[in-house]
Design a protein around this ligand. Sequence first.
Ligand code: 3HC
Length: 686
Amino acid sequence: MQINDVTTLDRDGAIAIVTIDSPPVNALSATVRTGVAEAMAKAYADDTVAAIVLMCAGRTFFAGADITELGKPPIQPDLRALQRIVEDAPKPVIAAMHGTALGGGLELALVAHRRIAVPSAKCGLPEVKLGLMPGAGGTQRLPRVVGAERALEMMTSGEPIGADEAERIGLFDRLAAEGALREDAVAFARAVAAAGEPLEKVRDRPLTAEPGLFDAFRATHARRFRGLTAPENIIRSVEQAIPLSFEEGLTNERDLFRELLDGPQSAALRHVFFAERQAARVDALPKGIATLPVNRVGVIGAGTMGGGIAMNFANVGLPVTIVETRQEALDRGLGIIRRNYENSAKKGKLTADQVEQRMACLTGSLALDDLDDCDLVIEAVFEQMDVKQDLFRRLDAVAKPGAILATNTSYLDVDAIAAVTGRPESVLGLHFFSPANVMRLLEIVNADKTDPAVLATAVALARTIGKVGVVVGNCFGFVGNRMLAARHAQAEAVVNEGAMPWDVDRVIAGFGFAMGPFAMRDLVGLDVGWKREASTGATVREVLNEMGRHGQKTGGGYYDYDEKRTATPSPVAERAVFDFSAEQGIERRAVSDDEIRDRCLLAMVNEGAKILDEGIAQRASDIDTVWINGYGWPPYRGGPMFWADQVGLPVVLEKLNALAAAHGDVFVPSPLIERLVGSGKGFADA
Ligand code: 3HC
């Protein structure tokens, strides 16, 4: 029987089966909740129904509350009302899970009287990743089932667990055979009904915790929770519930949830969730455009970058030919890849067989000619225009017709590289971030002549290899490095004027970045790519480079490092900073933390606005996605453009005008900001 657009109620003997089919992920939208409530009411009223199975069609059990509804006025029945209907059922309800039972989905399963799942199912409470906490009894019920400590781990990490483990810790009552969920759930329901035992409700179980658990948990994870508001509310919700009744605990959970939902971090993290998914949509591409087949990939260069790039494809079973100029470099590159895989195996992330399978995908070669059977070739050679152009000329002669030719350049003009080939339509930029096998961002540079099918193939491929692909236009440094250059220029300027590198790093880390720009430089190496910096004239960095202080690898840069690579501010660098200011005739002054933050971050925002206005980025949220996935912008601040909107564009504009008066043209507001403020809009509407 069809209950509503997404809900059916049918029967297998005395067992009623409620099935939801609301693609893509069966989020618990108002329609879904209404459907479940109505189906339940029908099944309750029918005396011939002995028990009820609640399950979903399609790829997954409920993947959570409908995130698009969060923060809007609630539509009845809300999730909690639906849970009461299920929990107080007059007959057993069995939740039958496949796919990912997440958030509100798992919370709904927790009010069922029994839980069964296929072995491939996963479950978890990932709300923390959206800056939230479980708000439908999760913080009250999960600890009653798996214990307070385990529940805290699951809720503060947000990581799902597999069905096997869920069964082991008592969260699932039993496992169904893969592919036979419905049959096994019905059989289970029959057995439960036949046993005729009183209905078991999780809420009736006791909630206990070892003394000191909560403070110990806070202390152990202090680093991971730094800057975040949600983990503390999760911990509190469990801690404060210990002496309370279940209902009181639930009320408290609602208040703590509300506080997060209304706060800036959840708004930012929900923005990030949708921004990443939105980035895959390319407005310029015709709908439904066919992609080109990619069955073999070529990578030129077996250095850190080339090796990391090759691993991405080997990880998904795509054969890769890696070309180097010298045997020694090739051997070294392949050796590093093997070591990376073996390290993953040591950590239990790969089996020994998988290591071999992945290595078997890789073929080394010293001849460019061996790339003649590749559908996609990515070069990762020295970052210099003539070197790249020379390579593309040769590649053009070797690669088969229709093969995609990609450059991993991080700054250079992709059009100029494409122009030396006879097939500029097949050329684009694929800018990976180091370490390329780890970092999620992939800037896909759509050059002037890039064919839409080539672009669409790159976008699809990014997803295949687990990257967040963001399509960007061709300009110096594209989106990420162009804005990074703007930030670096300010970081350097404030140091020249009176701040110390460690002051800048403290402010930037305090904002939520993992590290500040100078600590980052020390990590990457001061000598890497400095000639291509946008900052003009000599800088302290060049002075340090000339002294041989290239960063961590030489034991010192802006900081000094001990054997454990612990950083301390370097007196040598301090001297260099003072001398440099004096040489430049700059009278040093006190630079406040606020000034450091505003100059570094607003320079980025202004550059981002120009990037958007020029059409280099499709939308403001793409810029946010770049910065969060490639440059360590704290996700809970939503990315630079979202952050600017949160600060308020009128405030940003006022500050930019003041900074422009004091510190020059880079701060002259982008016309886009002027226009948006003029029409009362933000970047989100741009
Ligand atoms: N609400 C609304 N839309 C959702 C959604 C949700 N909970 N989960 C996924 N979607 C949408 C995505 O936006 C995407 O839409 P699009 O195709 O228009 O871009 C589509 O579903 C498919 O999502 P993915 O591309 O992410 O598909 P995957 O197969 O890669 O991943 C998933 C599936 C693991 C379910 C992943 O989507 C996911 O992690 N979703 C979020 C789960 C979550 O956070 N749930 C908790 C919600 S908060 C909550 O429940 C509060 C409660 O405690 C009160």
